[in-house]
Every structure is written in structure tokens, then in C-alpha cells.
Design a protein around this ligand. Structure first.
Ligand code: AHG
Ligand code: MN
Ligand code: MN
Length: 340
């Protein structure tokens, strides 16, 4: 089977599986189950825009208060779909404080575990701005047939076998990697299928967009303050000043920069000394995609994928995007941290 533009996700997954020497099909099945859950969540997110419009006429089944439940809905939808695949024995989700383990016979034998942020950028949902779902898949360490343990979920990002995100935007896309490059699929609503739209995504080595919440400027370290100044300076050779773009939805900000070239930074601040983003639910999967597309991801000093999570809710400063931009930002962090 040849890869062609608009190829449906499921066909692409099967085609790619043929390329992997020892592939057994479980990972493929799992990815297609994720695609199904994404379509269901997408349907509900699309409806949310109608609440104000239809709600006052009483013809919408969703109430404004229910919008706030969409994150819980997305969480349970993904958990159910993943459980049904039978290939995953447990899930850790940003929405839950404990891991969810599957005790049905099929799932107990599942070779994988999954970490996810079911609805990222959630505060944007009532103003019609893009939100996302982020997922990552690891091989389990515990014995098949037994209940998974917390250690299964505390592996370094380099152990991921697949990672991806769904962006519910002006169109809905699924972008994922299995360690052989990054591919993007756009949901064609007329046929209800994710179709191949972005084959082998490569992110530009040098970009011109910087994405950081500058409202926290006074809370940033000197390294970050000076890097922002650098982004704003005039320099013809390096095409500065750069453009500032910040949605406040990691998936959307990262996705734009992945395609156009840019850097996303969520550093530590005086009131968030560890940063805000979760290592296992947000940073590791995004870092895997960034690297697979030729980009870079670090905490300002260390490669994200090599950090061993201490607990499920570990937060880290996050720098990701075009390789040369991230490297430059890291030099600012190093230079000014020595001064402090
Ligand atoms: P979530 O909606 O899953 O809690 O994540 C929100 C995150 C991330 O998506 C975004 O980049 C960041 O929070 C924005 O934070 P600020 O509003 O502090 O900039
Ligand atoms: Mn998030
Ligand atoms: Mn979330």
C-alpha cells in the first residue's frame, strides 16, 4: 500500500506498521482507538460554541455550567477508548490524582501505559480558542498480567514509544510520532476521518516567533528577561525583532511554532519556582514530537526527555521549538544564572 495525500489515519497506521520490523500491531490498534476518542471529544467541543447562542432559547442540551465539565468528559472518553483497545494496562491523567488501572482480563495483559492531558488550554474553551489533548505511550515495566504500578508511569521521556496531540482548532488535527518522524492528519468532517495532510513534518531550524506569557515579566529570572530583550532587538542578519505570539494553550502555541518556526517558553517564575507545565502530561510528549521534527526541548539546562520524573505531578520549566532558537535561549539562561 502506497502512502498518498489524504490517506485515512487507519490506513496510514497499517502501512507504517508494515515498515516496522518487529511491530506486532498493538501500538497501531491503540493509535486508532485514540483517533476514535478524538472524534467524539471533537464533536462535544464543537457543540460548546452553541451554548450561548442556543442556550437562551432552550434548544441546546448543554448548559454553560456543563462547559466546565468538558475536561471531565474528555478524560473519561479517552480512558474508555483506551481501555477498550486492551493494549494499555493503566492511565495517568492530569485530571486525576491517582493512576487509573484496568483490571479487565484483556487490559491486564496490555503492554503499554499512557499519560495524558485530556483537555489542554481549557480556560480558552468558552471564548472559542483552540484547545487540545496531549498523550504519550510507554512500554510497561511491571509484569504483564499484573496490575501496573506507579513506577510504570515515572519513566524518562526517552522511553516513550509514541506521543501526540489533537488540536481542536479551525480544523481538527492529530499529530503524532512513533519515533520515525512526525505526521499530521486533518479531520475531514464530511467523511468523519482523520486524513494525512502533513507528511513528515520538519520544523524550521531558525524561527521568528517567540511565545511566552510576558505578563509575568517581573517574575522572570534575568536570563529570561534578557532573552526577551534579545528577541525584541533590531538585527537584520538574524531577522529580529521576532514576532510575539501567545495563545495560552500549549498545544496551539506549539503547533503554530512547529509549522512556522519559533520558540515556546514557560519558565519558572518567582511564584512558580518549578514552572507550570507537567513533565509527564505535557512536556515529555511535546518534547518527543519537537525532537522528531528536528527541533529541541529542554528545561533551560537539561534535555526534557532525560529527566526522571519524581512524581506524577512534577512540573518543569519548558523551552521547546526550533533548534537554534532553543539553543540561544539556553545560553541566556546559563550566562545570567551564573551571575545570580
Ligand atoms: P491546562 O488547561 O491543561 O491546565 O493547561 C494550561 C497550560 C497550557 O496549555 C498553557 O500553555 C499554559 O497553561 C498557560 O498558562 P498561563 O495562563 O499562565 O500563561
Ligand atoms: Mn495542559
Ligand atoms: Mn488539562
Amino acid at each position: 500500500m502506497k502512502i498518498y495525500k489524504s490517506m485515512p489515519l487507519n490506513q496510514f497506521i497499517i502501512r507504517r506498521q508494515e515498515d516496522l520490523e518487529h511491530a506486532t500491531g498493538e501500538l497501531s490498534r491503540l493509535l486508532s482507538h485514540i483517533g476514535v476518542a478524538a472524534k467524539i471529544v471533537n464533536r462535544e467541543i464543537n457543540k460548546s460554541g452553541l451554548i450561548d447562542f442556543l442556550g437562551e432559547f432552550g434548544s441546546s442540551t448543554l448548559q454553560r455550567s456543563e462547559l466546565k465539565k468538558l475536561d471531565v468528559f474528555a478524560d473519561s472518553q479517552f480512558i474508555e477508548a483506551i481501555k477498550a483497545s486492551g493494549d494499555v494496562c493503566g492511565i495517568a491523567s492530569e485530571e486525576n490524582h491517582e493512576i487509573v488501572t484496568f483490571d479487565n482480563i484483556l487490559s491486564k495483559d496490555g503492554k503499554y501505559i499512557m499519560c495524558m492531558d485530556p483537555l489542554d488550554g481549557f480556560s480558552n474553551i468558552d471564548v472559542n480558542v483552540s484547545v487540545g489533548t496531549i498523550f504519550s505511550i510507554y512500554p510497561r515495566i511491571s509484569k504483564c498480567g499484573e496490575e501496573p504500578v506507579v513506577e510504570d508511569f515515572l519513566q524518562e521521556g526517552i522511553k516513550q514509544v509514541a506521543a501526540g496531540y489533537i488540536i481542536y482548532g479551525s480544523s481538527t488535527m492529530m499529530v503524532y510520532t512513533t519515533g520515525q518522524g512526525v505526521n499530521g492528519f486533518t479531520l475531514d468532517p464530511s467523511i468523519g476521518e482523520f486524513c494525512l495532510s502533513h507528511l513528515d513534518i520538519r520544523t524550521p531550524e531558525d524561527g521568528h516567533i517567540y511565545s511566552i506569557n510576558e505578563g509575568y515579566y517581573t517574575k522572570f529570572s534575568d536570563g529570561i528577561k534578557n532573552y526577551i530583550k534579545y528577541c525584541q532587538e533590531n538585527n537584520e542578519e538574524t531577522k529580529r525583532p521576532y514576532t510575539s505570539r501567545y495563545i495560552g494553550s500549549l498545544v496551539s502555541d506549539f503547533h503554530r511554532n512547529l509549522l512556522k518556526g519559533g520558540i515556546y517558553i514557560y519558565p519558572y517564575t518567582t511564584d512558580k519556582p518549578e514552572g507550570k507545565l507537567f513533565l509527564s502530561y505535557e512536556c515529555n510528549p511535546i518534547a518527543f514530537i519537537a525532537e522528531q521534527a528536528g527541533g529541541r526541548a529542554s528545561d533551560g539546562n537539561k534535555r526534557i526527555l532525560e529527566i526522571k520524573p519524581k512524581n506524577l505531578r512534577q512540573r518543569v520549566p519548558f523551552f521547546s521549538g526550533s533548534i537554534n532558537m532553543v539553543k540561544t535561549a539556553e545560553t541566556f539562561v546559563k550566562k545570567y544564572n551564573h551571575k545570580n
